[in-house]
Design a protein around this ligand. Structure first.
Ligand code: NAD
Length: 335
């Protein structure tokens, strides 16, 4: 096996604990890897970098093209701009891909959930352009460009085709945001009609979409949407299959890819050794598929599916009492 060079960003809060688990599992499965560990987030400032997103970290991802990243903390209502938004823009990681599936042994309201959220990752309301018009009145600018809307639509249809998925549902609010969400819909429709007519295509106003998701998520397949909606819907979908501890993600661009869980830095759990590392381990499996190490990916997936199915060693969020390390060891024991 060729040796891979992969950038490792431990992140803030529970980030170092869960990424270290993922690293152990990937190595125990036999991945031949050289890790380039670099910081981002509040941790970067603590380590003496001037910026929450050091140029050195960005340069390493540009050079090695693949990174696995722990969550980073973003101050609410003040302070520095989101590191994630900056990172995704800087590297043009335009597609957030978040598979959401029912997990073996994890009891939830629905069985057989198998969806993928595809989120536009570079514009929308996350452009971060906010202004005070006059004292007491502020605005936030939602940006939609034909190029970015077309790019994410084409990505979603290509992804659906490759993965033998049948349907794409676009969540939107074009009844209110007629120009921005209207453009998103027009671009999606065009890609469907001109390039992928064989994939079923539907458009659903997002409020009704939320109801449909909660009533019966099993009829949905690939969900395509702009940035903010994708952020919110990802967490909603996580709640349908067992929570944030079991939903992985990737941020994909044409030149680089960064793999990370959907969850945040969970300050309430940081340093306690109780966080569920599975979402980051699953993100690692997505990374293995991306770097064409499919056999290793299958091996790790089988190991954690078995641990979940047995139900003897589960973290607290999944109804067990195991800590991060014990759960990690249980997965490694199955490899
Ligand atoms: P969160 O995802 O960190 O936590 C939400 C809830 O889920 C908490 O109760 C937490 O304990 C639980 N949880 C999250 N991950 C878990 C895990 N692996 N195992 C067990 N329980 C888990 O969301 P939040 O509290 O809204 O945000 C905290 C910080 O994380 C904020 O600063 C936010 O900006 C940041 N954040 C970062 C990312 C990222 O870096 N990709 C994503 C989302 C939020």
């Amino acid at each position: 096996m060729a040796k891979h060079t992969i950038v490792m960003i431990p992140g803030d809060g529970i980030g170092p604990e869960v990424t270290s688990s993922a690293r152990k599992v990937l190595e125990a499965a036999g991945l031949s890897v050289e890790w380039v560990e670099l910081p981002a987030g509040a941790t970067a400032l603590e380590q003496g970098y001037e910026n929450v997103l050091p140029e050195r970290t960005l340069a390493a991802i540009r050079a090695h093209k693949v990174a696995i990243k722990g969550p980073v903390t973003t101050p609410v209502g003040k302070g520095f701009r989101s590191v994630n938004v900056q990172l995704r823009k800087a590297l043009n990681l335009y597609a957030a891909v978040r598979p959401v599936r029912s997990m073996p042994g994890i009891k939830t309201r629905y069985e057989n959930v198998d969806m993928v959220v595809v989120r536009e990752n570079t514009e929308g309301l996350y452009s971060g352009i906010e202004n005070e018009v006059v004292p007491g009145v502020v605005t936030s600018l939602k940006v939609a460009s034909e190029s970015a809307c077309t790019r994410i639509a084409r990505y979603a249809f290509r992804y659906a085709t490759k993965r033998h998925r049948k349907q794409i549902t676009v969540f939107h609010k074009a009844n209110i945001m007629k120009m921005t969400d209207g453009l998103f819909l027009n671009c999606s429709r065009k890609i469907h009609e001109e390039e992928y007519p064989n994939i079923d295509y539907e458009e659903v106003i997002i409020d009704a979409g939320c109801m449909k998701l909660v009533q019966d998520p099993t009829r949905l397949d690939v969900l395509l949407m702009e940035n903010l909606y994708g952020d919110l819907i990802s967490d909603l979908c996580a709640g349908l299959v067992g929570g944030l501890g079991v939903v992985p993600g990737s941020n994909i661009g044409d030149d680089a890819a960064v793999f990370e869980a959907v969850h945040g830095s969970a300050p309430d759990l940081a340093g306690k050794g109780v966080a569920n590392p599975l979402a980051v381990i699953m993100s690692g499996v997505m990374m293995l598929n991306h770097i064409h190490e499919e056999a290793l990916a299958r091996k790790i997936k089988t190991a954690y599916d078995t641990v979940l199915q047995e139900g003897k060693t589960l973290t607290r969020d999944l109804g067990g009492s195991a800590g991060t390390a014990e759960f990690t060891d249980a997965i490694i024991a199955k490899l």
